[in-house]
Design a protein around this ligand. Structure first.
Ligand SMILES: [Fe+2]
Length: 469
């Protein structure tokens, strides 16, 4: 059970404390800057209220990330107030709605306050520097100033967040930044003029003699633009779910393939971890394993579920499912990485080049496709089909070893053999099905290893493999 007082791993703690020290240094520097403007407490109070509201209107991004309108408010505060005040207000008044709960321990709170405050501080420094250039048209200074401040905020904000995710997950900095943040620069640049407009609207009252009214109207518009983004992200998430549900439905049609994709995903997940892939890649390859056969939705049931021998045309139709998979997913292709697309297209290639659809061989086959091809084969062999009996886990393993260097990548076979000996939950199909009776919840569950309590395993198990245990 997590508590508010929880201590994070050492390197994360060191990073957060280092960042906080950096903020103190930056704040002292900002206090020393000459030529800063004055401010009224009443203005500060109004902007504090905006900080509190903006902090908790946020939009969800992939990979559990989110952005809030706090950026626009922070940047507008940079324009309105002396350089040292905006980051200070942000630090003190950025209360998350989960503040004080065990789900939001002190170090997360400190990190979020510190990184938004440092980002604001750097933006303030850049804004101050540019506004103090003599002999340049003040309008130009403001335009250049707001864009430069926005870029500074964006870079400091995204790198400090990326670095903490990197420390926590072990995934490469470049990759996390690229996936989570790279596309955000457009949204930051678009919001920069909005921030300037907000500040100007406050300084030059447009209606009823107080700039705050205009600002409130503008915030309302911003809120609805955020709502649009929120819907967009939700829509994309539901797209992923739809694909998974489609695959589950496909598996459920045939009693022999029940939970096929989930078991392939479980095997793939184990191999990917053994290969040392980072957390994000493990998630992605597992997702790829779940949807690798999506092309089968384009094959008629009369062929897909036909018991007995297939005609040459029917066989060709079945063999078209990897290319059909990419066609089915073409509307969302921009959201699928090259690796995932490689899995869908190449999961029936063979190491010796006799597979399909392209007949590529060895290293030409994408690594992820080589992993999933093996997982797929093991699952199919131990499941059996209408026309062939299921093999025991031992028989299937022996067959896979026999085909190392012909059908399968010998290195992947070696890893698989080691994992098989560890007797993970996926080794025996019956046991796997017993453990996971609800395919809908399956993707949410961790894949337990044998070392976990066996209370979920039925006591009536009769087909335990006689393997080394
Ligand atoms: Fe397939």
């Amino acid at each position: 059970m997590q508590s508010w007082f929880a201590i994070p791993p050492g390197k994360i703690l060191a990073y957060i404390l280092g960042l906080t020290l950096g903020l103190v240094g930056l704040q002292l520097t900002l206090l020393q800057l000459p030529g800063q403007k004055d401010f009224y407490y009443i203005d500060a109070a109004f902007w504090i209220a905006l900080i509190l509201i903006a902090k908790n209107t946020f939009v969800k991004l992939p990979f559990n990330a989110s952005i809030s309108h706090g950026f626009v408010v922070a940047l507008a505060a940079v324009v309105i107030f002396p350089a040292w005040l905006a980051p200070l207000l942000i630090f003190v008044f950025s209360f998350d709605r989960a503040f004080g709960t065990p789900a939001y321990p002190w170090y997360k709170d400190l990190f979020n306050r510190t990184q938004t405050s440092i980002s604001t501080g750097f933006a303030a420094l850049i804004w101050w520097f540019i506004q103090n250039q003599a002999g340049v048209n003040p309008y130009i200074l403001e335009v250049v100033g707001i864009l430069a401040a926005s870029v500074a905020y964006f870079l400091v904000n995204t790198s400090s967040v990326t670095y903490v995710i990197h420390l926590a997950s072990g995934a490469s900095f470049r990759k996390i930044w690229y996936e989570n943040s790279s596309w955000l620069w457009v949204s930051y640049l678009v919001q920069a003029p909005v921030a300037l407009l907000l500040a100007k609207a406050y300084q030059v009252p447009l209606i009823w003699g107080w700039g705050g009214f205009t600002v409130l109207f503008m915030m309302l518009l911003l809120y609805f633009s955020r709502y649009y983004w929120d819907e967009k992200v939700k829509l994309e998430e539901s797209f992923d779910t739809t694909i998974e549900v489609l695959v589950s439905a496909l598996d459920a049609k045939d009693p022999f393939t029940r939970l096929h994709s989930e078991r392939v995903a479980a095997i793939t997940n184990s191999i990917a971890q053994k290969m040392g892939l980072d957390e994000q890649d493990v998630k992605r390859i597992t997702y790829a394993a779940r949807i690798h056969d999506i092309g089968k939705v384009a094959i008629p049931d009369s062929v897909l579920l036909k018991p007995g021998k297939l005609s040459a045309e029917e066989f060709a139709l079945i063999r078209s499912h990897p290319t059909k998979g990419l066609e089915v997913l073409s509307p969302m292709r921009h959201r699928l990485s090259k690796d995932v697309q490689g899995v869908i297209l190449h999961h029936h290639e063979r190491w010796d080049g006799t597979g399909y659809p392209l007949g590529v061989r060895g290293d030409e086959i994408p690594t992820w496709a080589r992993v999933i091809s093996l997982a797929d084969a093991y699952e199919a062999m131990t499941a059996g089909r209408a026309y062939s009996l299921a093999k025991s886990p031992e028989e299937a393993l022996n067959e896979i070893i026999m085909f190392a260097g012909r059908q399968f990548d010998p290195q992947v076979v070696r890893l698989f053999e080691e994992l098989w000996l560890e007797d993970l939950i996926w080794r025996d199909r019956e046991e796997f099905l017993r453990r996971y009776t609800s395919p809908v919840q399956l993707s949410e569950l961790p894949l337990p290893s044998r070392s976990e309590p066996a209370s979920a395993i039925s006591a009536t198990s009769s087909s335990s493999p006689p393997g080394p245990s």
